[in-house]
Design a protein around this ligand. Sequence first.
Ligand code: URP
Ligand code: ZN
Ligand code: ZN
Ligand code: ZN
Length: 470
Amino acid sequence: AGCDLAIRGGTLVTASDQFRADLGIRDGKIVEIAAEIADAREEIDATGLMVLPGGIDAHVHLAQPTSDGTVMADDFLTGTRSAAAGGNTTVLPFALQVKGSSLRECLTAYHEKAEGACYTDVSFHLIVSDPTPQVLGQELPALVRDGYSSFKVFMTYDDLVLNDAELLDVFDVARRERALVMVHAEGHDAIKHMTRRLEEEGKTAPYYHAVAHHQIAEREATHRAISHAQLIDVPVMIVHVSGRDPMEQIQWAKKRGMKVFAETCPQYIVLTRDDLKGLNMDFEGAKYVCSPPPRDTDSQDAIWEGLRDGTFDVFSSDHCPFYFEGANETGKDNPRARTSFKWVPNGIPGVETRLPILFSEGVRKGRISIERFVALTSTNPAKLYGLYPQKGALVIGADADITLWDPERKAVITQASLNHGADYTPFEGMEIEGWPVRTILRGQTIAADGEVLEQGRAGRYLSRATSSAW
Ligand code: URP
Ligand code: ZN
Ligand code: ZN
Ligand code: ZN
């Protein structure tokens, strides 16, 4: 039978191969991949373009409430619009359990905010901040079975940190339910100690965030998380790995055959701690404050090596957008944050620039192959978060989620050109080679040439299966 849409003349790229083929879509699914396919109702000429499985950003924060009066700059509407413009068809934001509240209750609020507001498909990771007997015994197991097959735990932040006993308890639930635990690995006490000492020395500028959140504290926590996972016998995903030292702990574990997985992000390959100095050790540096912070060029080199050799499985944005200015002291630049780096909200925007940065710096500059690019940004996250092969694959029967990529297109990242809600980009002025020219979700174009289509607001919620980590 005929297709609704034919994409002709492009180079299809998967996590393992690239080849010239036409691709046919019917009822939102890929139904044909062939040298030449019959006429379709609609045709797209992809000559000179790469045909990629849609980007899957497995680590974004949208509409997360904060406890300090600051406001996240993206809700589901603007966040997924930005994602679509950047070549993504699925995003995985977090549903944060507020301490003292039930996990299910918090999750319901995120569903309400996302309903009808999304340009891309969406699924939620849970954040467990209050592992009460009720949460561990009933809520969490029930939610995993309902298709929330991954959750994140924190080893730092006053209102999120779990102690070792709690981490072990949560890991145990993951083992019983075959969930994938994601760990924010930074040592809380080490950070607190460093923070106090820096403040006593009058070192309160945003730059000192990068000193307090030392790589040694990340290395230690990474090893501790890996040890706990080994003890419980559960796979673990170390998210937003920033540098050489924590990365070596992951290599240590992988070499021993442990099921340890790792994610890194654009900020760790193109920013360094020096960016936190701003113009002259001033508050501009707050634009780059995130945790873990960017490190140095030696760590950047290590991260590239890890992206190549399989130490990293997933490349996500950790899009966590705050305004810099922000009305009524809701942004990074608020009076309390001016008194100490420890009050600067942690996080930077990046869902729209993740794919262009990795393509330009990675594929164009010969550091990684295009197949590896697809694996890191789409196929692996689909597998590890239970969406494969519906997502992340160019195969018959998969959702027709496709990004048409122009490998030659030159662009400069500027705030004015982006669709996110934040009022700045930490990647301002970056020169890019390679850009997503069309994003297709289940056969429907949702973004083309930087324009996100209003009628493309057809994102759905995705219930997820068990992670391939199991
Ligand atoms: O600074 C960051 N990364 N903020 C987002 C929250 C997190 O830890 O991922
Ligand atoms: Zn984190
Ligand atoms: Zn994050
Ligand atoms: Zn921005």
